[in-house]
Every structure is written in structure tokens, then in C-alpha cells.
Design a protein around this ligand. Sequence first.
Ligand code: ADP
Length: 303
Amino acid sequence: MKALEVEKLTKIYGDHLKAVDDVSFSVDSGDFFALLGPNGAGKSTMIGIITHLIVKTAGTVSIFGHDIDENPGLAKQYIGVAPQEFNFNIFEKVFNVLIYQAGYYGIARTAAKQKAEKLLRQLDLWDKRNVIVKELSGGMKRKLMIARALIHNPKLLILDEPTSGVDVETRREMWVFLSELNKSGTTIILTTHYLEEAETLCQKIVIINQGKIVENTTLKNLLAKLKKEIFLIDLKHPVDTIELPNQFKFTKLDDRTISFEVSKDQNLASVFEYLNKNNIHILSLRNKSNRLEEFFIELTSKK
Ligand code: ADP
């Protein structure tokens, strides 16, 4: 079952600004799907169309098999969306934000209260239930946006930059929450600038640039395409006496840390062989860079 099917979608702003240019892709039910692209790529426009807030120029969009033009109410029923911009009444109490949203969906008051409490507890906001939105931190506001998007149990959750401006700890907390939500059956589509986020959470990835899809693949395939990986080695002994060979682009980062690159046609084992032969003892090995990020930069800088 497809949670979302987008076919030949186009959005032209004004006379000729093609924000979305003949885009087709689909999202399977149960996917955790990333929509990536630089600023101005057309991501928010696409989400606006899918959630029926922006009028498209051409193409079709179906949610769980239903065309949004034929049945616009379905988007409301099936989709929960947390947009990029905060759009709360900032003088509303946190708990009431959820209760009023539930009212908008016709959810009975007792059920709404139960659901609101559950979400606020899951997102660690229960202590803040009587605080007005204005007094929440940026990260708490982001979490409240997610809670509000989920109040009517949508089958498809769409998050536009959900962790933008959020500190690392809260971001990780949100990742755990979203992973569990996805595992329990909610399809999630995410746009993000934090490519580590897509790499951590998502199985499927569409990259758009200038309104067009430039990559539509699985995270696994995408990573397999990457030409090189950079590794960091922590050493047992200081590195100052070591002669580093050229072929792996060994670089001294500090006394006990070196980095090296391995391209697809090179073998990691030969690096270890070399280090061993030279009595260089390794304490640990880790990936340096975000590989997706490298690929993303390469891809979008072509234009
Ligand atoms: P993203 O979300 O990937 O940053 P957007 O969908 O916001 O990209 O924008 C895509 C393009 O459409 C950009 O060139 C942007 O300036 C333009 N655009 C977005 N919204 C409007 C609008 N309401 N009117 C005119 N142009 C717009």
C-alpha cells in the first residue's frame, strides 16, 4: 500500500518560477522517508501541496490511494503535519494547544485529554502543560508541534525540519520518539538539513534540487555509491615519529589521532597491515564524516 503517490507534480509561482518541476515519487506505508535538498529546492512547496495548503499547477497527489482533489477532507484525516514555522497562539497553554487541535478534528473531550496527556508525557512536556507556549524553549516548541500533529492519530506524519534549532540532546530524544512511532506503524516523511538525521532515521531518500528529483533511492544504495570514506584512528602511542604513506592520505590531526581515506577500490585491510608492520597500535577506529552529506554536496553542486 502506498501512503503517498505524487505524479508529475508541478508548481509554478507567478509567471515562471518553477518551484516543483514535474516530480514523481511514492512512499510506501510504514516507510521513514527523507526529502532532502538545499534551501529553495522546493521541499516546503511540495509539502504544502500534499497537505492541501498550496494549490498545485499540475499533477496528482494520492494519500493512501485517495486523490486529494477528489477527496480533500482525507488529507486532513490521514495526515499530521508539523510545519517549519511555528504557528501557535503563543499565549495558549501547552495542554490547551492540543485540546483545541483535537476539537478541530472532532475528537471527544475525554479521548482528547487522554491522548494529549500521553503525547506530552512521551515528549517530556507534561511538566509544562500549564505553561503558555511563549515560555517554552525552541526545542520544546518543536516537540509541541509534533504532539499537535499527532493528536488525531494520523497514518502519515509529515515533518518539515522538525529539529531545526534544537539542541543535540533534545534532537536525539526526538529521534528516539520518532523511530518508535514509525516502528508502531506511522509512516513518516521528513525534510531536514541535518543529514545525519536522515542517515539515522530514514530508509528511503529523495533528494531534490531546483524543483527536480536528482536522487530517489534507499539509504543503503546511496551510501554504497559513495566514493570514499574518511576514518579516524585513535592511537595507543603518540604519532610524531611515524612516517605516513601517501596512498591513504594519512593526516595527523593531533598527537594520538590520524585520519585516512579509503576509496571504493581500496582495501581497509591493507591500511591495518601497513600500520601493524610499522608497530602503530590502534586503540579505536571511527567514521569521520557524514557520508550522506558529502554525497549531497557533490550532487547539488553539479548545477
Ligand atoms: P525549500 O522548502 O526546499 O527551501 P520552497 O518550497 O520554500 O523550498 O521554495 C522553492 C522556491 O519557490 C524558492 O525559489 C522560493 O523562493 C519559491 N517560493 C516559495 N514560496 C513562494 C511563494 N509563496 N511565492 C513565490 N515564490 C515562492
